[in-house]
Design a protein around this ligand. Structure first.
Ligand code: FMN
Length: 375
């Protein structure tokens, strides 16, 4: 039974037709200048038409030199707004709601793509020995401004809200995590200091873009390693976001604490559970935050079994479930599950993320993944 999964709900003040979210998954389908392409519109139209309640769009990058991938979508310039408007409308016309994820790649911004060394909370590289620049306080103010202006563009384009990407060791996550943030000023140190930049961004968006424009934050409920964020840190950090005015939380994680898998870097040190992992390995991190904080929570991470999705909702572990690769592979996943039909299954091979690093999203199961979209 998947009764609750398909019961309409209200999330951060907006109506959703069900409790299924398609989380941000970079497609590499944007134009080289970050504008929305026809292929991108068709790719997301198909997923909206598949019945999902909310799509959190892949990152709109907030600065031209902060791209995650060569063909990242952009939210750094006003001439990107018309394409974003077309995309948001197309998704909404299919009955789904749409948020734009906002991201600065920070220590993961490769100089080959961005033409400058990566910047971060401190000079500790994310990539092995990559020279990395610690942002000054003046540069931090400028990053806050970039996120705020990008939110204003998202609002103008008709998005239902924005999600700040503060997970997966991109810039905001690099500030949050003691693994990478070694600063000794007001933007480092304890959870309050490491969360400061995000707090300032949330406050600035609410002041400049509007209190009624929803802002959610995606962050880690757990990080692998002795220095990584622990569930108790996640609660403190979530409380800081709530007090700043955030409307909702999206709890991802980095690394799956299964002793026999720790040390296998490509499998364990990732926010993307592989075929070796059990179902929903991060859902209890979402539940940990949900229990402590009075904000709606999205859970994510290998939730491909609808019964487990339903159970997580029934048990109050989260308010919405994000279903990523399963919907990437089969855009009709929500409609098919609702109708009791068979879906095309993600096998957890990670070809998608590995191929994206080379520039194109490839799926072992659905070879037509991006080819079905007009180029
Ligand atoms: C190819 C690929 C690209 C991704 N890109 C992003 C991204 O741009 N931003 C983000 O927050 N997460 C990204 N993710 C992580 C997903 O949003 C999600 O957290 C992860 O895939 C686990 O969910 P799943 O098991 O349902 O796929 C990506 C995942 C994959 C597989």
């Amino acid at each position: 039974m998947t009764k609750l999964l398909f019961t309409p709900t209200t999330f951060v003040g907006m109506d959703l037709r069900n409790r299924i979210v398609y989380p941000p998954i970079t497609t590499g389908l944007a134009e080289p200048d970050g504008k929305v392409s026809d292929r991108m519109v068709e790719f997301y139209r198909q997923r909206a038409a598949g019945g999902v309640g909310l799509i959190i769009l892949e990152p709109g990058v907030v600065h031209q030199q902060a791209k995650l991938a060569k063909f990242s979508a952009g939210a750094w310039a006003d001439d990107q707004i018309p394409g974003m408007t077309r995309l948001a409308k197309t998704i909404q016309n299919e009955g789904a709601r749409v948020f734009l994820q906002l991201c600065h790649a920070g220590p993961k911004a490769h100089p080959r793509i961005n033409g400058v060394p990566p910047s971060s909370a401190s000079d500790k590289p994310f990539f092995f020995k990559m020279p990395t620049v610690a942002l000054s306080q003046i540069e931090i103010k400028s990053v806050v401004n970039d996120f705020t202006l990008a939110s204003a563009r998202a609002r103008e384009a008709g998005f239902d809200g924005v999600e700040l990407h503060a997970a997966h060791f991109y810039l905001l996550s690099a500030f949050l995590s003691p693994v990478i943030n070694h600063r000794t000023d007001a933007y480092g140190g304890d959870n309050q200091g490491r969360a400061r930049i995000i707090r300032e961004i949330v406050i600035a968006i609410k002041q400049m873009v509007g209190k009624d424009f929803p802002v959610t934050v995606r962050f880690h409920g757990y990080e692998e390693g002795a220095q990584g964020l622990k569930p108790c840190d996640a609660i403190e950090i979530a409380q800081i976001f709530a007090e700043a005015g955030a409307d909702g939380l999206h709890v991802s994680a980095y690394g799956v604490p299964i002793p026999e898998l720790v040390g296998i870097a490509s499998v364990a040190s990732s926010p993307i559970p592989a075929k070796e992992h059990p179902q929903a390995p991060f859902v209890d991190y979402a539940a940990n935050v949900k229990r402590a904080i009075n904000l709606p929570v999205i859970a994510v991470g290998k939730i491909t079994d609808p019964e487990i999705a339903e159970q997580s909702l029934q048990e109050g572990k989260c308010d919405l479930v994000a279903v990523g690769r399963a919907i990437l592979v089969d855009p009709q996943w929500p409609n098919k599950i609702a109708a009791g039909k068979k879906v095309i299954r993600c096998v957890g091979c990670l070809d998608c993320i590995n191929s994206l690093a080379k520039g194109e999203l490839v799926c072992r199961v659905n070879r037509e993944l991006v080819r079905v979209c007009p180029s």
